[in-house]
Design a protein around this ligand. Structure first.
Ligand code: PLP
Length: 403
């Protein structure tokens, strides 16, 4: 490799570091869960309470999920060594597609290696240059990339700004778009805000537009039965295309899906490139995800969601009472706003010393100057966990400010 290229890479890394934007990866040496073990840079292992996983129902380290993955591996093997259409479809893949479609209230679904792939796959086969995609400005990176891969005209509205959305709809209609689709995250992952689906679907009706929701941070724990943001806002049946993940609430392994009408899914099976040219999901992932869907739909799921809500409320109120600025809302994503990237990093490091595992978020994951510690609650947390976190935040903040 040429020295000039390596120098270029090294100087970019140095720039990132200088701005306090390096994202270190700490190593977990236990299962995922509320109580984890974290290996420190000096090699010591610390017990910590985890407040930064997307493990909303606490299923990621659940013994039943691990066993379901094992059982599926035992029955179906390690993997398929094939894409789906050649020789990579087993009964368990069809079972998972049907289970997630039924759970989310859609006719059919199609699996991907990740929701990143699902969002990369969904636009290009369905929308051409005659069409318009109207996307929320805070949509996930994978939606932005997916839209880029497609020839449709692009329109963007300011986050959850319904006046702006209507302006964009009018513009797209004036531009003579054939089909228009409004695309939004169900829950915006960096802020925890929930999309205004009643208004979005009403505008979609008014301007004859389709609606796509990415419910990665919702499926399994938001809304009645954990059926997502459409269930929360009682607009089930009005969402035309849903994307989601098995890598968060639904077991925490990995894998994504698109759910929609039968014909839409059929076309995606023929044309979606990340589906046609990528390996089938490992049976272990299918088994784990099926078990997670079963639990999420059960009475136990209702109990877990109630616990999650109670934990979230306690944490939000406690942090505000302690003087922290948290973004408002009801989702279990509770961003603690700090502004400065270095402050967020230092506070996260100090909190680990106090046994609270959180991560500072800075540019490019969030806008410059809006660095934060994004905390996430879990049904696996107890009130004691929550209270310990609030006390630790308070003390660590004073220590970092005094230093
Ligand atoms: C996490 C997330 C994704 C990516 O999901 P993966 O399955 O991890 O690739 C996509 N969209 C949103 C909104 C997410 O939060």
């Amino acid at each position: 490799m040429s020295q000039s290229f390596l120098d270029h890479v090294s100087s970019t890394l140095a720039d990132i570091d200088q701005q306090g934007l390096t994202k270190p990866e700490r190593i977990i040496v236990s299962r995922q869960g509320a109580d984890i073990k974290v290996r420190r840079p000096d090699g010591r292992v610390t017990d910590a309470i985890n407040f930064c996983a997307n493990n909303y129902l606490g299923l990621a380290g659940d013994e039943r999920i691990a066993r379901a993955a094992q059982a599926a591996t035992e029955q179906w093997g390690g993997g398929l060594s094939s894409v789906r259409f050649i020789c990579g479809t087993q009964a368990i893949h069809k079972d998972l597609e049907q289970a997630i479609a039924r759970y989310t209230g859609h006719e059919d679904s199609i699996l991907f290696a990740a929701c990143f792939d699902a969002n990369g796959a969904v636009f290009e086969p369905l929308f051409g240059e005659e069409d318009a995609i109207i996307s929320d400005s805070l949509n996930h990176a994978s939606i932005i990339d997916g839209v880029r891969l497609c020839k449709a005209k692009r329109y963007r509205y300011a986050n959850s700004d319904m006046n702006d959305l209507e302006t964009q709809l009018k513009t797209a209609r004036a531009d003579k778009a054939r089909h228009i689709i409004i695309v939004t995250d169900g829950v915006f992952s960096m802020d925890g805000y929930i999309a205004k689906l009643p208004e979005i679907t009403a505008l979609a009706n008014k301007y004859d537009a389709l609606v796509m929701v990415d419910d990665c941070h919702a499926t399994g724990h938001i809304g009645a039965g954990g059926r997502g943001t459409a269930a929360l806002h009682q607009v089930e049946g009005r969402i035309d295309i849903l994307t989601g993940t098995f890598g968060k609430t639904l077991g925490g392994s990995m894998g994504g899906f698109i759910a929609a009408r039968r014909e839409v899914i059929a076309l995606l099976r023929q044309r979606a490139r990340p589906y046609l040219f990528s390996n089938a999901l490992a049976p272990a992932i299918c088994g784990a995800s099926l078990e997670a869907i079963r639990i999420a739909q059960s009475e136990e799921g209702d109990k877990l969601r109630a616990q999650l809500q109670a934990n979230t409320k306690r944490f939000r109120e406690g942090m505000q009472a302690a003087g922290f600025e948290v973004l408002p809302g009801v989702s279990p994503i509770v961003p603690v706003m700090l502004g400065d990237a270095r402050l967020a990093q230092q506070l996260a490091a100090q909190l680990l010393d106090a046994g609270i595992y959180v991560t500072g978020f800075s540019f490019p994951v969030v806008p410059r100057g809006l660095a934060r510690i994004r905390t996430q609650l879990s049904a696996a947390h107890s009130f004691a966990h929550v209270d310990k976190a609030i006390a630790a935040f308070t003390q660590a903040y004073q220590q970092v400010k005094a230093a």
